[in-house]
Design a protein around this ligand. Structure first.
Ligand code: FES
Length: 134
């Protein structure tokens, strides 16, 4: 086991969360995204979310971040969780669900799940606005 893996484990990240972070799962961009948002949280970390949407369902999603292991692991998890979900379902996704899906992150990193949730909500909001304005 690598040193970084040991350190992450000792600080409270689950094996699943560590795998997401180290393998950069779902990290990337969608050049033909229908929805996109970039958001900087109160901690100073930034996330960017890309969504491909069809019939109000999220067909594909990716994210980028300038942030900590908590930001990356929760971004990876959230993207996986929202694929195939309706916009309403994705919008309603909360921190608790992300943490449960991850199987554990350090208590001091719980707020990091908020960064991914808020960035996603912004992307959906902007998409809906775009639809309304025709
Ligand atoms: Fe900012 Fe983790 S410390 S997202």
């Amino acid at each position: 086991m690598s040193e970084i893996r040991d350190l992450l484990k000792a600080s409270g990240y689950s094996e699943k969360a560590i795998g997401y972070y180290l393998n950069k799962v779902n990290v990337g961009e969608l050049s033909d995204a229908d929805a996109h948002a970039i958001y900087t949280g109160p901690c100073g970390d930034t996330m960017e979310v890309f969504l491909r949407i069809g019939d109000s369902v999220i067909k594909e999603a990716k994210f980028q971040a300038i942030g900590c292991a908590g930001a990356f692991s929760s971004g990876s998890a959230l993207i996986e969780m929202i694929r195939g979900k309706t916009l309403e379902e994705a919008e309603g996704m909360g921190e608790e669900e992300i943490i449960e899906y991850l199987g554990g992150i350090p208590p001091a990193k719980v707020h990091c799940t908020c960064l991914s949730k808020r960035t996603l909500q912004r992307a959906i909001k902007q998409y809906k606005k775009k639809l309304q304005s025709g």
